[in-house]
Design a protein around this ligand. Structure first.
Ligand code: NDP
Length: 324
Protein backbone atom coordinates (compact mmCIF):
# COMPACT_ATOMS: atom_id res chain seq x y z
CA UNK A 1 0.00 0.00 0.00
CA UNK A 2 1.01 3.64 -0.47
CA UNK A 3 1.52 5.54 2.78
CA UNK A 4 3.34 8.40 4.41
CA UNK A 5 6.15 6.74 6.33
CA UNK A 6 7.99 8.54 9.12
CA UNK A 7 11.54 7.46 9.85
CA UNK A 8 14.29 8.89 12.00
CA UNK A 9 17.83 9.80 10.98
CA UNK A 10 20.28 11.61 13.28
CA UNK A 11 17.47 12.60 15.66
CA UNK A 12 15.38 14.17 12.86
CA UNK A 13 12.02 12.91 11.59
CA UNK A 14 11.89 12.27 7.83
CA UNK A 15 8.53 11.95 6.06
CA UNK A 16 8.17 10.32 2.64
CA UNK A 17 5.38 8.80 0.57
CA UNK A 18 6.28 5.21 -0.31
CA UNK A 19 5.04 1.66 -0.78
CA UNK A 20 5.02 -0.35 2.43
CA UNK A 21 3.28 -3.40 3.91
CA UNK A 22 1.02 -3.41 6.98
CA UNK A 23 2.17 -5.46 9.99
CA UNK A 24 0.39 -8.84 10.42
CA UNK A 25 -3.24 -8.51 11.62
CA UNK A 26 -4.07 -9.01 15.31
CA UNK A 27 -6.90 -11.42 16.31
CA UNK A 28 -9.57 -8.71 16.75
CA UNK A 29 -8.38 -6.30 14.08
CA UNK A 30 -10.26 -4.85 11.12
CA UNK A 31 -8.61 -4.02 7.78
CA UNK A 32 -9.98 -0.77 6.34
CA UNK A 33 -9.50 0.64 2.83
CA UNK A 34 -9.01 4.32 3.60
CA UNK A 35 -10.83 6.84 1.39
CA UNK A 36 -10.15 10.07 3.28
CA UNK A 37 -7.90 11.21 6.10
CA UNK A 38 -7.26 14.65 7.55
CA UNK A 39 -4.44 16.74 8.91
CA UNK A 40 -4.75 17.77 12.54
CA UNK A 41 -2.42 19.80 14.75
CA UNK A 42 -1.11 16.55 16.29
CA UNK A 43 -0.38 15.12 12.81
CA UNK A 44 1.61 18.25 12.04
CA UNK A 45 3.64 17.80 15.24
CA UNK A 46 4.24 14.13 14.36
CA UNK A 47 5.12 14.61 10.68
CA UNK A 48 7.49 17.52 11.28
CA UNK A 49 8.97 15.88 14.40
CA UNK A 50 8.40 19.17 16.27
CA UNK A 51 6.39 17.38 18.97
CA UNK A 52 7.34 14.16 20.74
CA UNK A 53 4.28 12.36 19.38
CA UNK A 54 5.97 9.26 17.93
CA UNK A 55 8.40 7.10 19.87
CA UNK A 56 8.71 4.02 17.61
CA UNK A 57 9.82 4.31 13.97
CA UNK A 58 8.96 3.58 11.21
CA UNK A 59 5.43 4.89 11.79
CA UNK A 60 2.55 5.76 9.49
CA UNK A 61 0.94 8.99 10.83
CA UNK A 62 -2.71 10.03 10.57
CA UNK A 63 -4.84 10.23 13.72
CA UNK A 64 -8.11 9.91 11.82
CA UNK A 65 -9.58 8.30 8.70
CA UNK A 66 -12.82 7.25 7.03
CA UNK A 67 -13.16 4.29 4.71
CA UNK A 68 -14.65 0.89 3.96
CA UNK A 69 -14.03 -2.40 5.80
CA UNK A 70 -12.00 -4.73 3.58
CA UNK A 71 -11.77 -7.68 5.98
CA UNK A 72 -12.77 -8.06 9.63
CA UNK A 73 -11.63 -10.37 12.43
CA UNK A 74 -14.24 -8.66 14.66
CA UNK A 75 -17.78 -10.00 14.19
CA UNK A 76 -19.31 -6.53 14.75
CA UNK A 77 -17.89 -5.38 11.38
CA UNK A 78 -18.22 -6.82 7.89
CA UNK A 79 -16.65 -6.20 4.48
CA UNK A 80 -18.18 -3.21 2.68
CA UNK A 81 -19.23 -1.38 5.86
CA UNK A 82 -18.33 2.33 6.06
CA UNK A 83 -16.44 3.33 9.21
CA UNK A 84 -14.72 6.31 10.87
CA UNK A 85 -11.78 6.32 13.25
CA UNK A 86 -10.37 9.05 15.46
CA UNK A 87 -7.89 8.83 18.32
CA UNK A 88 -6.93 5.78 20.42
CA UNK A 89 -3.24 6.44 19.66
CA UNK A 90 -3.66 5.55 15.97
CA UNK A 91 -1.06 7.53 14.00
CA UNK A 92 0.95 7.85 17.22
CA UNK A 93 1.83 4.34 18.41
CA UNK A 94 -0.23 2.30 15.91
CA UNK A 95 0.01 2.76 12.10
CA UNK A 96 -2.43 5.48 11.08
CA UNK A 97 -4.73 6.85 8.41
CA UNK A 98 -2.36 8.64 6.01
CA UNK A 99 -2.19 5.41 4.01
CA UNK A 100 -4.29 3.41 1.54
CA UNK A 101 -5.09 0.87 4.26
CA UNK A 102 -5.23 0.78 8.05
CA UNK A 103 -5.58 -2.16 10.43
CA UNK A 104 -7.16 -1.29 13.79
CA UNK A 105 -9.11 -2.80 16.68
CA UNK A 106 -12.87 -3.04 16.17
CA UNK A 107 -13.32 -1.24 19.50
CA UNK A 108 -11.80 1.87 17.95
CA UNK A 109 -14.14 2.09 14.96
CA UNK A 110 -17.43 3.96 14.72
CA UNK A 111 -19.89 3.02 11.93
CA UNK A 112 -20.27 6.01 9.59
CA UNK A 113 -23.16 8.01 11.12
CA UNK A 114 -26.36 8.35 9.07
CA UNK A 115 -26.35 11.62 7.14
CA UNK A 116 -22.57 11.72 6.60
CA UNK A 117 -20.39 10.64 3.69
CA UNK A 118 -16.81 9.49 4.35
CA UNK A 119 -15.60 12.80 2.88
CA UNK A 120 -17.81 14.86 5.19
CA UNK A 121 -16.74 12.76 8.17
CA UNK A 122 -13.12 13.64 7.49
CA UNK A 123 -13.87 17.33 6.93
CA UNK A 124 -15.12 17.06 10.52
CA UNK A 125 -12.32 14.70 11.66
CA UNK A 126 -10.71 14.64 15.09
CA UNK A 127 -10.87 18.44 15.23
CA UNK A 128 -14.61 18.55 14.62
CA UNK A 129 -15.34 15.68 17.01
CA UNK A 130 -13.40 17.57 19.68
CA UNK A 131 -15.35 20.76 18.94
CA UNK A 132 -18.63 18.83 19.45
CA UNK A 133 -17.35 17.32 22.72
CA UNK A 134 -16.57 20.89 23.86
CA UNK A 135 -20.07 22.09 22.92
CA UNK A 136 -21.57 19.13 24.81
CA UNK A 137 -19.45 20.05 27.85
CA UNK A 138 -20.85 23.61 27.78
CA UNK A 139 -24.41 22.31 27.45
CA UNK A 140 -23.88 19.93 30.40
CA UNK A 141 -22.59 22.88 32.45
CA UNK A 142 -25.89 24.67 31.80
CA UNK A 143 -24.64 27.18 29.21
CA UNK A 144 -27.57 27.90 26.86
CA UNK A 145 -27.99 30.43 24.02
CA UNK A 146 -29.91 32.59 26.55
CA UNK A 147 -26.96 32.61 29.00
CA UNK A 148 -24.99 35.13 26.94
CA UNK A 149 -22.13 35.30 24.46
CA UNK A 150 -19.78 32.33 23.99
CA UNK A 151 -16.15 32.85 22.94
CA UNK A 152 -14.06 30.49 20.76
CA UNK A 153 -10.25 30.86 20.73
CA UNK A 154 -7.96 29.73 17.89
CA UNK A 155 -11.13 30.26 15.90
CA UNK A 156 -9.72 29.87 12.37
CA UNK A 157 -8.19 26.45 13.11
CA UNK A 158 -9.87 23.07 12.70
CA UNK A 159 -11.38 22.77 16.18
CA UNK A 160 -12.15 26.50 16.37
CA UNK A 161 -13.88 26.68 12.96
CA UNK A 162 -16.11 23.71 13.75
CA UNK A 163 -16.94 25.11 17.20
CA UNK A 164 -17.95 28.46 15.68
CA UNK A 165 -20.17 26.74 13.09
CA UNK A 166 -21.77 24.38 15.65
CA UNK A 167 -22.46 27.06 18.27
CA UNK A 168 -23.93 29.40 15.65
CA UNK A 169 -26.16 26.62 14.29
CA UNK A 170 -27.37 25.90 17.85
CA UNK A 171 -28.41 29.54 18.33
CA UNK A 172 -25.50 30.89 20.40
CA UNK A 173 -24.00 34.37 19.89
CA UNK A 174 -20.38 33.54 19.04
CA UNK A 175 -17.31 35.75 19.49
CA UNK A 176 -14.27 34.41 17.61
CA UNK A 177 -10.72 35.11 18.82
CA UNK A 178 -8.14 35.08 16.03
CA UNK A 179 -4.61 36.29 15.46
CA UNK A 180 -5.20 36.69 11.71
CA UNK A 181 -7.03 39.49 9.91
CA UNK A 182 -7.05 37.37 6.76
CA UNK A 183 -9.60 34.98 8.31
CA UNK A 184 -12.22 37.55 9.44
CA UNK A 185 -14.52 37.06 6.41
CA UNK A 186 -14.24 33.28 6.78
CA UNK A 187 -15.18 33.41 10.47
CA UNK A 188 -18.16 35.64 9.77
CA UNK A 189 -19.30 33.20 7.08
CA UNK A 190 -19.13 30.36 9.63
CA UNK A 191 -21.35 32.36 11.96
CA UNK A 192 -19.17 34.50 14.23
CA UNK A 193 -21.20 37.53 15.37
CA UNK A 194 -18.03 39.40 16.28
CA UNK A 195 -14.29 38.98 16.06
CA UNK A 196 -11.82 39.76 18.83
CA UNK A 197 -8.10 40.12 18.05
CA UNK A 198 -5.81 37.64 19.80
CA UNK A 199 -3.60 40.58 20.84
CA UNK A 200 -6.35 41.62 23.31
CA UNK A 201 -5.60 38.39 25.21
CA UNK A 202 -1.91 38.92 25.98
CA UNK A 203 -2.19 40.37 29.51
CA UNK A 204 -4.69 39.57 32.24
CA UNK A 205 -5.68 40.52 35.77
CA UNK A 206 -6.95 37.77 38.10
CA UNK A 207 -10.52 38.96 37.50
CA UNK A 208 -11.79 41.16 34.69
CA UNK A 209 -15.17 42.43 33.49
CA UNK A 210 -17.50 39.45 32.96
CA UNK A 211 -18.04 38.99 29.23
CA UNK A 212 -18.66 35.37 28.33
CA UNK A 213 -21.23 32.76 29.41
CA UNK A 214 -18.96 30.03 28.09
CA UNK A 215 -15.84 29.37 26.06
CA UNK A 216 -14.24 26.78 23.81
CA UNK A 217 -10.47 27.16 24.21
CA UNK A 218 -8.10 25.50 21.74
CA UNK A 219 -5.10 27.62 22.63
CA UNK A 220 -4.20 27.40 26.35
CA UNK A 221 -1.52 29.69 27.81
CA UNK A 222 -2.14 33.41 28.36
CA UNK A 223 -5.26 33.36 26.15
CA UNK A 224 -6.96 30.76 28.37
CA UNK A 225 -5.93 32.71 31.49
CA UNK A 226 -7.64 35.84 30.11
CA UNK A 227 -10.75 33.90 29.11
CA UNK A 228 -11.04 32.49 32.66
CA UNK A 229 -10.79 36.01 34.12
CA UNK A 230 -13.63 37.18 31.83
CA UNK A 231 -16.11 34.30 32.31
CA UNK A 232 -19.50 35.15 33.83
CA UNK A 233 -20.52 33.89 37.26
CA UNK A 234 -21.15 30.10 37.00
CA UNK A 235 -19.88 30.01 33.41
CA UNK A 236 -17.82 27.20 31.90
CA UNK A 237 -14.69 26.94 29.77
CA UNK A 238 -14.22 23.76 27.71
CA UNK A 239 -10.42 23.53 27.27
CA UNK A 240 -9.06 21.12 24.67
CA UNK A 241 -5.90 22.58 23.13
CA UNK A 242 -2.43 24.01 23.49
CA UNK A 243 -1.78 25.80 20.18
CA UNK A 244 -0.55 28.80 22.19
CA UNK A 245 1.27 26.79 24.89
CA UNK A 246 0.63 24.18 27.55
CA UNK A 247 1.17 26.45 30.55
CA UNK A 248 -1.74 28.11 32.33
CA UNK A 249 -0.70 31.34 34.10
CA UNK A 250 -3.90 31.85 36.09
CA UNK A 251 -5.10 32.23 39.70
CA UNK A 252 -7.86 30.51 41.68
CA UNK A 253 -9.94 33.72 41.69
CA UNK A 254 -12.37 32.87 38.84
CA UNK A 255 -13.07 29.50 40.49
CA UNK A 256 -13.54 30.59 44.11
CA UNK A 257 -15.21 33.98 43.56
CA UNK A 258 -17.21 33.38 40.37
CA UNK A 259 -18.02 29.69 40.54
CA UNK A 260 -16.35 29.23 37.15
CA UNK A 261 -15.89 25.71 35.79
CA UNK A 262 -12.82 24.70 33.78
CA UNK A 263 -13.81 21.50 31.96
CA UNK A 264 -11.06 19.54 30.22
CA UNK A 265 -12.00 17.83 26.96
CA UNK A 266 -10.22 14.80 25.48
CA UNK A 267 -11.24 13.11 22.24
CA UNK A 268 -8.53 10.42 22.04
CA UNK A 269 -9.97 8.10 24.71
CA UNK A 270 -13.57 9.37 24.82
CA UNK A 271 -15.84 6.36 25.50
CA UNK A 272 -17.63 4.82 22.50
CA UNK A 273 -21.14 5.89 23.63
CA UNK A 274 -20.04 9.52 23.99
CA UNK A 275 -18.21 9.65 20.66
CA UNK A 276 -21.14 7.97 18.88
CA UNK A 277 -23.50 10.58 20.36
CA UNK A 278 -21.12 13.37 19.31
CA UNK A 279 -20.88 12.06 15.72
CA UNK A 280 -24.67 11.83 15.48
CA UNK A 281 -25.05 15.42 16.63
CA UNK A 282 -22.37 16.60 14.22
CA UNK A 283 -24.30 14.97 11.37
CA UNK A 284 -27.49 16.70 12.50
CA UNK A 285 -26.23 20.17 13.46
CA UNK A 286 -23.53 21.20 10.97
CA UNK A 287 -25.01 23.12 8.03
CA UNK A 288 -24.23 22.02 4.47
CA UNK A 289 -22.30 25.26 3.88
CA UNK A 290 -19.73 24.29 6.55
CA UNK A 291 -18.33 21.49 4.39
CA UNK A 292 -17.68 23.82 1.44
CA UNK A 293 -16.44 26.76 3.52
CA UNK A 294 -14.15 24.95 5.98
CA UNK A 295 -12.41 22.30 3.84
CA UNK A 296 -9.22 22.41 1.77
CA UNK A 297 -8.52 19.19 -0.12
CA UNK A 298 -4.94 17.97 -0.65
CA UNK A 299 -3.24 14.77 -1.86
CA UNK A 300 -1.19 12.36 0.24
CA UNK A 301 1.94 13.64 -1.53
CA UNK A 302 1.18 17.23 -0.44
CA UNK A 303 0.57 16.33 3.22
CA UNK A 304 4.18 16.56 4.55
CA UNK A 305 4.63 20.14 3.25
CA UNK A 306 1.20 21.22 4.50
CA UNK A 307 2.07 19.80 7.95
CA UNK A 308 4.87 22.38 8.13
CA UNK A 309 2.44 25.20 7.31
CA UNK A 310 0.20 24.10 10.20
CA UNK A 311 2.80 24.97 12.80
CA UNK A 312 3.34 28.39 11.20
CA UNK A 313 -0.33 29.28 11.77
CA UNK A 314 -0.87 29.37 8.00
CA UNK A 315 -3.77 26.90 7.74
CA UNK A 316 -7.44 27.85 7.81
CA UNK A 317 -10.21 25.41 8.74
CA UNK A 318 -9.87 21.70 8.01
CA UNK A 319 -7.36 20.03 5.71
CA UNK A 320 -8.82 16.97 4.03
CA UNK A 321 -6.46 14.36 2.54
CA UNK A 322 -7.78 12.41 -0.46
CA UNK A 323 -6.39 8.87 -0.30
CA UNK A 324 -8.35 6.86 -2.92
P1 NDP B 1 -5.13 24.25 14.08
O1 NDP B 1 -3.68 24.48 13.82
O2 NDP B 1 -6.04 23.99 12.93
O3 NDP B 1 -5.72 25.50 14.87
C1 NDP B 1 -5.07 26.11 15.94
C2 NDP B 1 -5.42 27.58 15.93
O4 NDP B 1 -4.86 28.17 17.12
C3 NDP B 1 -4.79 28.37 14.78
O5 NDP B 1 -5.58 28.34 13.62
C4 NDP B 1 -4.72 29.75 15.38
O6 NDP B 1 -6.00 30.37 15.24
C5 NDP B 1 -4.46 29.50 16.85
N1 NDP B 1 -3.03 29.64 17.18
C6 NDP B 1 -1.98 29.12 16.50
N2 NDP B 1 -0.82 29.45 17.10
C7 NDP B 1 -1.15 30.20 18.17
C8 NDP B 1 -0.39 30.86 19.19
N3 NDP B 1 0.94 30.79 19.21
N4 NDP B 1 -1.05 31.54 20.14
C9 NDP B 1 -2.41 31.59 20.13
N5 NDP B 1 -3.17 31.02 19.19
C10 NDP B 1 -2.56 30.33 18.23
O7 NDP B 1 -5.22 23.07 15.12
P2 NDP B 1 -6.51 22.18 15.54
O8 NDP B 1 -7.71 23.03 15.46
O9 NDP B 1 -6.45 20.88 14.83
O10 NDP B 1 -6.17 21.91 17.09
C11 NDP B 1 -6.25 22.99 18.01
C12 NDP B 1 -5.68 22.54 19.35
O11 NDP B 1 -6.53 21.57 19.92
C13 NDP B 1 -4.29 21.92 19.26
O12 NDP B 1 -3.53 22.31 20.38
C14 NDP B 1 -4.58 20.44 19.32
O13 NDP B 1 -3.49 19.70 19.83
C15 NDP B 1 -5.78 20.42 20.25
N6 NDP B 1 -6.62 19.24 20.06
C16 NDP B 1 -6.96 18.54 21.17
C17 NDP B 1 -7.76 17.45 21.08
C18 NDP B 1 -8.18 16.75 22.32
O14 NDP B 1 -8.66 15.61 22.24
N7 NDP B 1 -8.06 17.38 23.49
C19 NDP B 1 -8.21 16.94 19.77
C20 NDP B 1 -7.89 17.82 18.66
C21 NDP B 1 -7.10 18.93 18.81
P3 NDP B 1 -6.12 31.89 14.72
O15 NDP B 1 -5.21 32.00 13.54
O16 NDP B 1 -7.55 32.04 14.39
O17 NDP B 1 -5.68 32.74 15.88
Amino acid sequence: MKAIVLEQAEGKTLASVKQTALPAAGPDEVLVDVDWSGLNYKDALAITGKGKIIRNFPMVPGIDFAGVVNHSNDERFSAGQQVVLTGWGVGENHWGGLAEQAQVKGDWLVPLPAGLTARKAMIIGTAGLTAMLCVMALEEAGVTPESGEVVVTGASGGVGSTAVALLHALGYQVAAVTGRESTHDYLQKLGAARIVPRSDFAQTRPLEKQLWAGAVDTVGGAVLAKVLAQINYSGCVAACGLAGGFELPTTVMPFILRNVRLQGVDSVSAPLARRTAAWQRLAEVLPESFYADAATEISLEEAPAVAGAFLNNAIQGRTLVKIR
